[in-house]
Design a protein around this ligand. Sequence first.
Ligand code: HGY
Ligand code: MN
Ligand code: MN
Length: 435
Amino acid sequence: MTDAAARIMARADELGAISARPDALERTHFTPEHCRAADLVASWMRDAGLAVHEDAAGNVCGRIEGVSPGLPAVLLGSHIDTVPDAGRYDGPLGVLLAIEVARGVRAGELPFALEVVAFSDEEGTRFGSALSGSRALAGSWVEDWWGFTDDGGVTLADAFRAYGLDPACVGEAARVPGSLVAYLEAHIEQGPYLEDADVPLAVVSSIAGARRFALTMTGRAGHAGGTPYQRRRDALVGAAELVVEVERIGRSSGVVATVGRLQAFPGGVNVVPGLVELSLDLRAEDDAPRDAAWDRIEAAAERIASDRSLAFAATETYRADAVACAPWLQDAVRAGAHAAGVPEPPTLWSRAGHDAMVVAGVAPVGMLFVRNGNGGVSHSPDEIVTEADVAVALDAFAATVAALAGSVEVGAGTAVGAHTAVGADTGAAVGASRG
Ligand code: HGY
Ligand code: MN
Ligand code: MN
């Protein structure tokens, strides 16, 4: 597996060079960079022996048939889009590991089909449509997304069409219930726990449910010199007090609370800010403490606004409830880690969101974490994995699929049918014709 690990590292670098910016990695939904990355991943899937097609949501899908054509599939995958100034492993590592597992499988070998998917949009960076690629596959597309716009005012619907897809057909990406045996995702750990434990792999027990909000504090703009303190309605001081409260409430309730974006208006250095827009991202292992923390934060914001003659407003922009990984898939991932020489892989809940939390709507899910060797930093170019850990992860991921093959009773004759048509290789490079 060492050659394969070296190939994965080299391909992560190659994908990591496909960016909208010369100085950082940024590859977002339905951009020319997305198109190039999709074509490259499709060529790697073909090279590994998969029949490749692009689904109606722009996800790149590869398939190897099982003992008979059209069987339900074990789906392996992750995403190929990024956040701004991203690391090169968040998403692509899982896709590249999946392709190498598939390379080791022969058509007709397994009691299920094996599929690999490279989701087109997990982060939601361009339009705010987080997890849209996997939502399309899971049949939970959000119609409101079509009107969402990027920084240039382009709507998701227009970007869909410009990419060569028809918004009216997005439903065709949805997988037929029963057509998936399981979904497995390998992902770089976006945290320090494996590095601290000095272990290369972890079994994921559950994926945090997240809620995101767009918040505003509104006061009154004024002259920085001529407005006495007692007459000020300074939106930025109010927002700053709230940001500190968010951290205090998060820490005291075991909830991960983050204000990732804050902007003061009108933004003049000699103007008391009259308006502040800020984001809020809340996550916890279970939904109840997360929701209770939101209630406390909202009450604190109202109190701060009242004390400072400001107005507070909140709009929820995203919500995904916590998802448990199927116990039998946790066992399979653990067996895979043992087979790869990792006797005691820790079991972690994922503080980061993943496509698996959405695919859970249409199939049981399991996840494998790979050590992040730089203090666990992610959503940063500083995230790193070692080739040695990738080799162990590949052994574990392949052994996990083998463990499923030994335990999943899929009748040889239960062809799903729909997939043999959908899964047929389109021949042409995916996205190549796209603008
Ligand atoms: O935000 C997240 O947790 C994921 O990395 N998109
Ligand atoms: Mn991410
Ligand atoms: Mn990710």
